[in-house]
Design a binder for this molecule. Structure first.
Ligand SMILES: [Zn+2]
Ligand SMILES: [Zn+2]
Ligand SMILES: [Zn+2]
Length: 755
């Protein structure tokens, strides 16, 4: 990755330092350098090229050849060159660097207070690029003609803004425009002051940023937050907060050294931090019932200026309605966010690619929860040369993956593929990646679930173009995504725990034990099946899951007296019993996510949910609250074997939890014991499978492993038993990582088909 990261000026300076003559140029495939000088100097130059490269540069390979002398008299930077079919990596957007930050706050600097300040070390990249090579005419900055001063910086190889494609200043560059809720301009001298005043007055602003609009409001103002929630139709889902400085973050949250590093990295993601409820004045309404707060530092000059001017932490949540993609254009935002935002803060630097904020958590090591800004489209490197494949991902938290050579271009977070807008975003982004990286897929990989929009897209577009179509089992893809990022090729015991994934037998899997590698898998165990009452409806209503478990495992005469579930109205209860008896719209499921839901509803933590996994998350929060050093007690369960497949029977677990609830054992204790039980299920199953197969490497994948308590308990238990445990870091363990696994499995499936 040598474009948009200040690589050519670096080469220019290096050549001058070493007194070499010649030239450097970008092509669509690489950077080319020709130098003349004596051999020893040349060797030193080569060594420095690799050792001293700019921080955001990534050199895959240097190839050197000798040519006859041409007698160059100077070293210069030549015009970029486009080469047919060649491509190179594109830099993600980079958070504002310290130098630029200093300038915007330095009163006599010509960029004082300028919200679009950037340089070769920071600023927009991927969100403004339309094609490679990365030069201004190929970006949305082409409409701004640089003023003489900016042009001079741009042309001066010794300047920090030499060939900084988005280079701009207040005289010649993009500008802000505050407008009212209908998009009509409002009269003001200073957009930042006006916007800050509105935020401090409790208004909701839609602010156009790097990759789209944020909805912003005062994070200490409960009324404003609740207004965002009602208008956005998101009553509970945690909202991210932007805080001005690291010192301020530490007033609200505990920050470990690793978390500090992530927060301040050039990627500047949202990091889920332990929230100090007692000393933080951020309203609990920002993340109801949670112990963690999603926090980020300002990452554009606009954000720095706003945070400094308001002096308060700001809610910064994606500018969208529920699960639609983030709005990016001014006109689009007014249409889609009308009635949600009181005011808009527009700017006129167009966004070519939608780009959400990335989210990380640190549990031992950093782990991506959502991979977007700052990370995509930087590829995951494959330990082999891949065919050109499009893998379409799953449904929720969709990403796709395009592969070529040893690059797996995992897209930025696309969103939940549940509406036309997201599908369109998905299609457009696929086209952008195909163009940027010159990829013409010959194979399309997709999830086996027939109803996923990504599956339908794969089947339609793939057959239209005559590509070979390869369906991939959901949990196999989870495990392989974990294997690939860990570069492990040999078979492992894959533990895939998630909400929903279509099984090869047509049931809904989700508590799976697989023997798996890049090529194939065998299902060697799973959680006991229960009916998913009313199909997808059961996901939104965990109490239905609880009833399904109770009636299926403990008998249809099971009595709800003394349980929070006895609140369910008798008519609905009768309906549920009928549904269970006749198995109407009730596919079987072995989902671990649903098991967590059921226990959460059974103990009375949450009966209905507003966002994915809410019931499980709130239960985890209670357990984690209660005990720092969990004692390892578990509920009983048993394992039976049927035709080589082990099934975890959960009847005793449920009857014991029921007893505990009736005996009024505190919920945090039940919750902790339940988490221990799931860790114990994982360990016991892995031991049985290991004994049979001799495999002692375990890969943990699936959205359930975003549960920190479970992850910690499971990895340490497996560790104690001598297993080596693989977990996710680069790509999410949730369905956002699936497409990477799909692509790799499809590659090997296609090779074996040929053989
Ligand atoms: Zn900078
Ligand atoms: Zn200028
Ligand atoms: Zn999944």
């Amino acid at each position: 990755m040598v474009q948009g990261v200040g690589f050519r000026p670096f080469v220019y300076r290096l050549a001058h330092e070493h007194n070499l003559r010649g030239w450097v140029r970008n092509t669509s495939g690489n950077v080319e350098i020709e130098v003349e000088g004596d051999e020893e100097t040349f060797e030193n130059f080569l060594a420095d090229l690799e050792a001293k490269a700019p921080p955001m540069a990534h050199i895959e390979r240097i190839e050197a050849t000798f040519y006859p002398l041409k007698g160059y008299t100077e070293f210069k930077i030549c015009q970029s060159l486009s080469r047919e079919g060649k491509y190179q990596l594109v830099s993600p957007d980079i958070a504002t660097c310290e130098d630029c930050k200093r300038e915007i706050f330095y009163p006599t600097d010509r960029r004082f207070g300028y919200p679009f300040t950037n340089c070769t070390n920071c600023g927009p990249r991927f969100t403004i690029i339309e094609d490679i090579p990365y030069d201004r005419p190929n970006t949305t900055m082409r409409k701004f003609q640089m003023c003489p001063e900016c042009q001079q910086e741009y042309d001066d190889p010794l300047n920090r803004r030499f060939h900084a494609q988005p280079n701009a200043c207040p005289k010649c560059g993009p500008s802000l425009e505050p407008v009212d809720g209908n998009g009509s301009p409002i009269d003001c001298n200073d957009a930042i002051k006006t916007a800050s005043g509105l935020l401090k007055a409790g208004k909701i602003l839609a602010i156009r940023g790097l990759g789209g609009f944020h909805l912003a409001c005062d994070a200490t103002n409960e009324k404003a937050i609740n207004l965002v929630r009602t208008r956005k139709r998101r009553l509970f889902k945690p909202l991210a907060v932007m805080v001005g400085t690291l010192e301020d973050i530490e007033k609200h949250c505990l920050v470990s050294p690793e978390e500090r590093r992530l927060l301040q990295s050039p990627q500047c993601p949202i990091v889920l931090l332990r929230w100090k409820h007692n000393s933080s004045n951020i309203s609990p309404a920002v993340a109801p019932n949670l112990n963690y707060l999603g926090v980020m530092l300002p990452y554009t000059p606009l954000h720095h200026l706003l945070l400094r001017e308001t002096g308060i932490p700001l809610v910064m949540t994606s500018g969208n309605l529920s699960e639609e993609p983030i709005a990016k254009d001014n006109g689009e935002a007014v249409i889609r966010l009308r009635g949600i935002a009181d005011y808009f803060l527009f700017h006129n630097r167009d966004i070519f690619a939608r780009y959400d904020d990335s989210v990380y958590m640190v549990e031992g090591m950093p782990q991506a929860i959502r991979r977007a800004r700052g990370y995509a489209p930087y590829p995951v490197f494959l330990p082999f040369k891949s065919k050109q494949i499009l893998a379409c991902g799953a449904e929720l938290k969709n990403t796709f993956c395009l592969t070529k050579d040893e690059h797996a271009f995992l897209s930025q977070h696309i969103g939940d593929m549940e509406n036309e807008e997201t599908l369109e975003h998905f299609e457009n982004t696929i086209e952008l990646y195909k163009k940027l990286f010159r990829i013409e897929p010959e194979i399309v990989a997709y999830d086996m679930h027939p109803e996923y929009l990504s599956t339908k897209y794969a089947l339609n577009s793939g057959s239209e173009q005559g590509l070979s179509l390869i369906p991939i089992q959901h949990h196999h893809a989870h495990i392989v995504s974990c294997l690939v990022e860990n570069k492990v090729e040999e078979p492992v015991i894959g533990v895939a725990f998630d909400g929903t994934g279509y099984g090869t037998d047509g049931t809904i899997w989700g508590g799976e034990f697989l023997l798996a590698d890049w090529r194939s898998f065998q299902r060697v165990g799973h959680l006991e099946y229960v009916p998913l009452l009313g199909g997808v409806a059961a996901i939104k209503k965990p109490y239905r899951m609880a009833l399904s478990y109770l009636y299926t495992l403990l008998g249809e005469d099971f009595l709800l007296e003394g349980l929070p579930l006895s609140k369910v109205n008798p008519a609905e209860l009768e309906l549920i019993k009928q549904q269970l008896k006749r198995r109407i719209n009730s596919p079987l499921t072995s989902s671990a996510g649903r098991l967590f839901d059921a226990i959460s509803a059974l103990v009375g933590v949450r009966e209905e949910i507003d966002y994915e996994a809410q019931a499980a998350i709130e239960m985890e929060m209670l357990a984690a609250n209660e005990v720092e050093e969990p004692e390892l007690k578990a509920y009983p369960f048993s394992i039976v074997e049927h035709q080589g497949v082990r099934v975890v029977k959960l009847g005793e677990l449920f009857s014991t939890v029921v007893q505990d609830v009736k005996n009024q054992v505190p919920i945090p204790i039940i919750s902790l014991k339940f988490h221990n039980t799931v860790a114990e299920i994982i360990t016991r199953m892995c031991k049985l499978i290991a004994k049979e197969t001799g495999i002692n490497q375990v890969a943990l994948s699936g959205g359930v492993f975003q549960n920190r308590l479970l992850l910690k308990l499971a990895t340490s238990a497996l560790d104690r038993e001598g297993f080596s445990v693989l977990t996710h870091h680069l790509v999410p363990c949730n369905d956002g990582g699936i497409s990477l696994g799909q692509a790799v499995i499809a590659h090997f499936a296609s090779i074996s088909q040929e053989a």
